[in-house]
Ligand binder design. Structure first.
Ligand code: GLY
Length: 577
């Protein structure tokens, strides 16, 4: 047994990696520069040829190795996601879904939707008792909370724009699953906290069950390795048909879930038109419906555009108050109007039109809180009616990729498909299970986001690319449920308006408001004086949050180099070459 190095950089003190390795042998097909038993966390890099930022150092390293082998940013994003499915099972996944926003070297803009779907047997009231009592336990835990997974379909759909064979992109993940990797202190803690749920929500004990996980323990996932090999050998059918489909359906039958062979075979990822808007000369490219992210970001940015927020200053009472008020208004619209556009006509154009947004701010007062009870969704004429993960990648060819992917809760439904080794999502909770009943993020909804068979549940994920002179300038995203759009909003305002360094823009404490509940959430470290001033103006505060999100960002510097910054709120890691 070999003691690993303790590698603590000043910037990562509270994400410090401290572990003892159980193995020292190399993985034959991982590059020799990737050692899964001994690694450290790097929070920032400036690179010339390409960069990857993700939630785990091994996944970021795998992505960079793919770039070095001649892959492009799409290839690297695929390989990084697959590696995350192994080394970051909290949110990295093949049993969940996600979104990819990309800007290709030829200038083309892409938005790929591989969000989970409600199974064919799902129905509007499936999480209500006969007397109408909502059963959020069933929408959040175990088999019935799982939507039809979209990630594998998304990876293959993205690969249309890749350069390297898919086999090469999945191989590092297979090796990491088969031979194992040393888990970090954060991972050991998360797995220890998960033990009761693992016993409760599984029909076959998964490898994650153990009396005590320690930092540096090796996590080997043989079942997952075999599933990844079936995907490698059979493509989409390696997941949505054959052995893996059989294992998923049998798991459903053992645990009272409803996903069928047909649901799996019929799942398709779709390319959608990216949501694009301009802000003071920048083009901001983000995710359209069924994510609320792009529209919310657009609404919030446009509601502040004429307010000279730069003059108010970073985290002053004035600027924070303005930002809370625009968040409140955007989220009121989310609750009423947003859902899967394949099932519900979302009035995107109206919601983002200058006249509508001006009207939304008519009752804004810079001196006091506007209670959420007085802020309803806007009126549209003729209208009827935490745990996720992000990765950002860029390459020297001009491709930029932002991917946010999720199981919803940390470890999703906490149900692992027996003998297939991967967690299923609990994304069904992102639907509105009953009008006015909050989901796990406290967000409410109605008709637009009601459950229907085959429908995608509304998301907040906001993978975003900012273009300057039509070229990539920022590539960013974050996990965090409903805090995702408000964090992206803050990070962009910090950089574009307050001229902050990339690290400060990400690391400084964040704040959040989402209309309902009518409370402001502050991250630990937020200035006490600003809070007191806001209290005097009528704002109420929810429980202080230890950390809000984990933003991964790449900025293209004036000299063309890539500055990649990983959030300090976790094991997040930035690599480049
Ligand atoms: N599951 C979180 C989201 O999609 O917003």
């Amino acid at each position: 047994m070999k003691k690993n190095m303790i590698n603590i950089q000043p910037a990562i003190l509270y994400a410090a990696l401290l572990f003892t390795a159980c193995k020292t042998s190399r993985h034959s097909s991982l590059s020799s520069s990737v050692n899964p038993y001994q690694y450290s966390i790097q929070k920032k890099v400036v690179a010339e040829n390409g960069a990857v930022v993700s939630a785990h150092p091994l996944a970021s390293q795998v992505g960079v190795e793919i770039l070095k082998k001649g892959g492009n940013a799409i290839d690297a994003a695929i390989a990084t996601q697959l590696a995350l499915a192994v080394v970051y099972p909290n949110a990295g996944n093949i049993g969940g879904g996600g979104f990819m926003v990309a800007r290709l070297a030829n200038g083309e803009l892409l938005a790929l939707d591989y969000r989970e779907k409600a199974p064919g047997a799902a129905h509007r009231d499936m999480y209500l008792d006969p007397d109408g009592t909502p059963r959020t336990d069933k929408s959040r835990d175990g088999h019935l909370s799982a939507g039809v997974p979209g990630t594998v379909a998304g990876l293959f759909a993205a690969h249309r724009y890749g350069k390297l064979p898919f086999r090469e992109l999945i191989e590092p993940a297979i090796q990491l699953a088969e031979k194992g990797f040393a888990i970090t202190e954060n991972e050991a803690g998360a797995l220890n906290r998960l033990q009761d749920d693992l016993r409760k929500f599984n029909t076959i004990p998964p490898v994650f069950i153990k009396s005590q996980w320690k930092p540096g323990d090796t996590l080997i996932q043989k079942d997952l390795a075999r599933t990844l090999m079936r995907i490698r050998d059979n493509g989409l059918a390696g997941f949505y048909e054959g052995e893996t489909a059989r294992l998923i359906v049998e798991e459903m039958q053992r645990g009272g879930g409803i996903i069928t062979y047909e649901d799996l075979k019929n799942y398709k990822a779709v390319y959608r038109k990216p949501h694009v808007f301009t802000y003071k000369g920048y083009d901001i490219v983000s995710m359209p419906m069924p994510s609320s992210g792009g529209v919310l970001l657009n609404q919030m940015m446009k509601m502040i555009e004429d307010k000279n927020i730069a003059a108010m200053g970073f985290q002053t009472t004035q600027s924070v108050q303005l930002m809370i008020e625009v968040k409140r208004r955007a989220f009121a619209d989310r609750a009423k109007y947003m859902g899967d556009p394949d099932f519900y006509k979302v009035p995107v154009e109206q919601l983002c039109s200058p006249s509508y947004l001006k009207e939304r701010m008519r009752d804004y007062s810079p001196d006091k809180a506007t209670p959420s009870s007085e802020v309803k969704a806007g009126i549209i004429a003729g209208y009827e009616s935490e745990e996720t993960t992000h990765l950002s990648v860029i390459d020297k060819y001009g491709n930029a990729v932002a991917v946010t992917t999720t199981l919803n809760n940390s470890y999703g439904s906490r149900t692992v498909v027996g003998h297939a080794g991967f967690f299923l999502n609990d994304e069904m909770d992102d639907f509105s299970i009953k009008p006015g009943v909050p989901n796990m993020f406290g967000a409410v909804g109605g008709e637009a986001n009601a459950i229907q068979p085959g429908k995608r549940m509304l998301s907040s994920m906001t993978p975003t690319i900012v273009l300057k002179d039509k070229k990539p300038f920022l590539v960013l995203g974050t996990p965090g449920g409903t805090t995702i759009p408000t964090q992206i909003f803050q990070t962009l305002v910090n950089i574009l308006e307050f001229n902050m360094s990339t690290e400060d823009a990400v690391y400084k404490p964040k704040f959040h408001h989402q209309w309902l509940p009518d409370e402001v959430y502050l991250e630990r470290g937020f200035p006490e004086e600003v809070k007191k001033n806001l209290e005097k103006m009528g704002y109420r505060f929810g429980r202080e949050r230890f950390g809000i999100g984990r933003t991964e960002i790449i900025k293209v510097l004036a000299d063309g180099k890539f500055e990649a910054v990983a959030d300090i709120r976790g094991d997040d890691d930035a690599r480049g070459y």
